[in-house]
Write a protein that binds this ligand. Structure first.
Ligand SMILES: [Fe+2]
Length: 291
């Protein structure tokens, strides 16, 4: 057939994959074409809406830089990121929940000694984080790595602060022989995802707020175990009920205990009130990874 109508076009495009020799790619593209065509038929997409979509995706691409990933933000705000994570990280192994990576990860943060302050010169209330990294069997994992990042106490990540060129509130910490970790940073607050780009335009048009509840990010990894990209959320933070990127998981909500000025957990004098947080991360064995 050389000519197609609004129904036969879908099968025709899929048929053109006949020579594709990558079965998974063939499956993914066939499904993509099917759903995309169904969507266009379902909403009876107009030509001007089609052009708006093309322009929108073009703008999303143009907004990306080496420090800003608007496509990840688009995926996050449409719930696609958390859907992919949920499908790929089953939680029935007793391991810590995964959640979105978000657009502010910066690879190769410096490795710091246990107990280091990752937030030197960063605005925010001092917070001491500690706990253990364990296998799902409860055995401590020495030399596990926590790659940690967060915004400051006003909700700004280093890469969003004008004139700030270095890493702030980031670092990598390794657990000790008992699988324990500890580090100091700040208590993160809720913040809006970037709204000055095309995703912001989309959110406003959808009638949505752009806020994420307060959280600190980490990728937790250990030899022989599946790494986990996750957060700790601040209990009682605003927007826990309506995270703009749908990443909130109850199991990741951590209690931030407030203490008056005085000696900190390691005996250091604290001249302002501070918080302590304790949380254990459980990792499943790498060989246990399934679909
Ligand atoms: Fe974040």
């Amino acid at each position: 057939m050389r000519e197609f109508d609004e129904k036969s076009i879908t099968g025709a495009v899929i048929e053109r994959l006949a020579e594709c020799n990558d079965p998974r790619f063939k499956q993914v593209m066939s499904s993509l074409v099917t759903h995309l065509h169904d969507f266009v038929r379902d909403v009876r997409l107009t030509e001007s809406e089609w052009m708006t979509a093309i322009q929108f995706l073009t703008d999303v691409g143009r907004t990306c830089t080496d420090k800003r990933q608007e496509f990840i933000l688009l995926s996050d705000t449409l719930g696609v990121s958390v859907l992919v994570i949920t499908l790929n990280h089953p939680t029935d192994h007793g391991s810590v929940d995964s959640t979105v990576m978000g657009p502010f990860y910066w690879a190769d943060a410096p490795e710091r000694a246990l107990g280091s302050n990752l937030a030197e010169g960063v605005k925010g209330e001092p917070t001491f984080y500690s706990g253990r990294v364990l296998g799902v069997d409860g055995r401590p994992l020495p030399n596990a790595l926590l790659d940690i990042w967060s915004g400051d106490g006003e909700g700004n990540y280093d890469m969003q602060i004008p004139g700030e060129t270095g890493m702030k509130a980031r670092g990598r910490i390794r657990t000790d022989a008992q699988g324990r970790y500890r580090f100091r940073s700040i208590k993160p607050t809720y913040y809006p995802v970037p709204t000055d780009g095309p995703v912001g335009v989309m959110l406003r048009k959808m009638g949505r707020h752009p806020y994420r509840p307060g959280h600190i990010h980490m990728i937790v990894s250990a030899a022989g175990h599946a790494p986990v990209t996750t957060h700790l959320f601040v209990a009682n933070s605003r927007y826990l009920d309506s995270d703009a990127v749908f990443g909130m998981k109850e199991s990741l909500v951590a209690r931030f205990d407030r203490h008056p000025a005085g000696p900190g957990p390691d005996g250091e004098p604290m001249d302002t009130p501070f918080y302590t947080v304790e949380y254990d991360f459980r990792l499943r064995p790498a060989e246990g990874i399934t679909g």
